[in-house]
Every structure is written in C-alpha cells, then in structure tokens.
Unconditional design. Structure first.
Length: 328
C-alpha cells in the first residue's frame, strides 16, 4: 500500500472500533482538535496526517502499525491499566467494566466467550454477600494495609454493590458462552477456606453464610443454564440474552475473554489477579477465536440440553460446599 492507502486503512480501522452511535468524522475532529472539514480531508487521504496525529490515533484506538504495514515482527499490541495500590479506586475499576459492557451492548451483533479459571466477575453481583467477600479478597491482594484487616460485611459500600448490579444487568443483556469445570467454582471456596484458616473471619457464622449464598448462586446459575437465557435484574425494558454453558474437565481455564462486536473481535487476558489487558490484533484474535471454538467442540454443552450432565456438574459443586459446611 502507498501512504494514502495506509492512511485510509487507519481510518477504516478506527471506524470499525467506534460504537454505532458515534460518527467517525466527529470523533476524529474532537480527538485531533481540528475542524470537521480538516478531519474529512484526512479521512479521505487528501491531507497527510502528521506523526503526532498518527501516534495519537493509534494509541487512542489500539491500532498496530505492524499489522497495517504487514510487518512480521511477532509482536502483538495490548492495552490495559495495571492496578496501582497508591491511586487505585475500586469504584473506578467497576466504572471501566460498565463502560466496556456498555460499548459491547451498543452493537447489534455481539457475543462474549469466557474460558473460566475463576467465577466470572459478573456472577459476584447476584448477591451482596459474595460481592462483599470478593471485594475483601481483592483489597487484601492489592493493599498492604489490608493484610491485618478482618472481614466485615459493613466494610463493603452500597455504592459499589449498585455498580456491580449494573455490571450484572449489562452482562445479562449480552449473549455469552462460558466454559467451566468444577475448579472454576472451587477457586472461590479455596479463597474462603484460606481466610478461615488464617482467622480473617470474626465468626464461623460469616463463613456459613457465604457458603449458603454460594449455594443460592449455584441454584440460580443452574436455572439459567436450564432455560438457556439470562434474566435482566433492572426493569428498563432490556431483554435477557442467550446463555451457553459448556463443561470441560480436560483443561483448566485461564480467564480468557473474547468479545465479538460487529465483524471484529477483542481478546482480554487476565493477569496479576485483578488486571486485564486487551488486544484487537487481527491475527491474535483470529487465533484465539479458533482455539475457543476448538475448545467448545471438545466440551459438553450443558445449557438447554444434556440435563443429566448439567445436574451432575452442579451436584459436584454443591458437594464441595456441603463438605466445607460440615467441617465448620
């Protein structure tokens, strides 16, 4: 491609990444602080973009010049923000998730795929008790001053749970596929047991209540899998989206998420407990999509069909909880 074709390809990439309610020329004009006429001329390739403008456009929209120029560097461009314990605010972390889900929801064609190592974050917000415990777990991981802090229900702000409910509601309106094994759910049990053994709970009653709420969550998830549809929790007219649950006992999950939006994909990878990085690199996304599809073929679909397998799967997770409750 010549320089004009490359420039036009950049703006095509940007257009494919915009939410449907946004206009390309207005977005470019605002970002570059230029008039809409100047933006049009750049989009059409009539006026070359400067290196400063190129850097701003590529960084703002996660565009890899290596990919556009077909440079085989073996590198993939990821974007993300690492948690900084000095400046971290959990409400802003949840706001980022809400923003991403809102962006996904704006597309008519959309779907999420999640290969689960742990309980997906959306499910934390089916009830306040699990959300409060997960908040405590993350704070213990992030902040040194939380190391000696005991678990307390009152330390979990209502405002955070409200944001979590918004996350759950948006998730429930986006079609999704989740690939689980029993260990995906067991990780939360292991976290509870660790904090019990290290005396972070003030009473066995707190632990028992958490296990009872996990049982409630299993009931709800099994019912969702049985119906094959999610149920929105806010009364705003949005419909529940299809839900596909697969069981795979061969491979442990690794919290890989593929978001299909329109004709493109974004892949998110979890690292360092709470952090995520994402990429739109076409080659990487296509590879990950193929891997996810292959994994689904080697898994058992237990939503809507396979009632026996579904019952056995959820029974195994309930048994793990019952064993821990008996030991209290």
């Amino acid at each position: 491609m010549d320089a004009k074709e490359i420039q036009q390809a950049i703006f095509q990439q940007i257009k494919s990444r915009l939410a449907p309610n946004l206009v390309l020329v207005d977005t470019v004009a605002e970002l570059l602080n230029i008039s809409t006429d100047s933006a049009y001329r750049r989009i059409r390739g009539e006026k070359p973009i400067s290196l400063d403008e190129l850097q701003l456009l590529c960084s703002s929209f996660g565009i890899s010049l290596d990919t556009l120029l077909q440079i085989k560097s073996g590198a993939f461009l990821f974007a993300g923000k690492n948690v900084d314990e000095r400046n971290f605010r959990f409400d802003e972390y949840l706001d980022d998730i809400i923003q991403q889900l809102g962006y996904f929801h704006s597309f008519e064609e959309k779907k999420m795929y999640w290969h689960c190592k742990d309980l997906p974050v959306f499910h934390h917000y089916f009830n306040r008790e699990i959300a409060a415990f997960k908040y405590y777990f993350w704070m213990k991981v992030i902040f040194p001053e939380f190391q000696d802090k005991k678990f307390s229900w009152t330390d979990y702000p209502d405002s955070l749970f409200s944001k979590g409910q918004k996350i759950l509601h948006l998730y429930n309106t986006i079609p999704s596929v989740e690939i689980w094994n029993v260990e995906s759910f067991s990780s939360t049990i292991h976290q509870i047991e660790f904090f019990k053994d290290t005396r972070c709970f003030t009473s066995a009653g707190d632990v028992r209540l958490l296990y009872e709420k996990l049982e409630d969550l299993l009931d709800l998830l099994e019912d969702t899998a049985d119906k094959g549809f999610k149920k929105p929790i806010l009364n705003d007219g949005l419909k529940g989206a299809p839900f596909e649950l697969y069981q795979n006992d061969m491979l442990l999950g690794h919290n890989t998420i593929v978001a299909q939006i329109g004709k493109s994909h974004i892949v998110y990878l979890n690292h360092s407990v709470i952090n995520y990085v994402g990429t739109r690199d076409v080659g990487f996304c296509e590879y990950t999509v193929r891997h996810m599809q292959n994994l689904m073929r080697k898994s058992t679909l237990i939503s809507s069909v396979s009632e026996k397998e579904r019952r056995n799967f959820f029974y195994a997770m309930r048994q793990k909880i019952q064993e821990k409750k008996k030991a209290l």
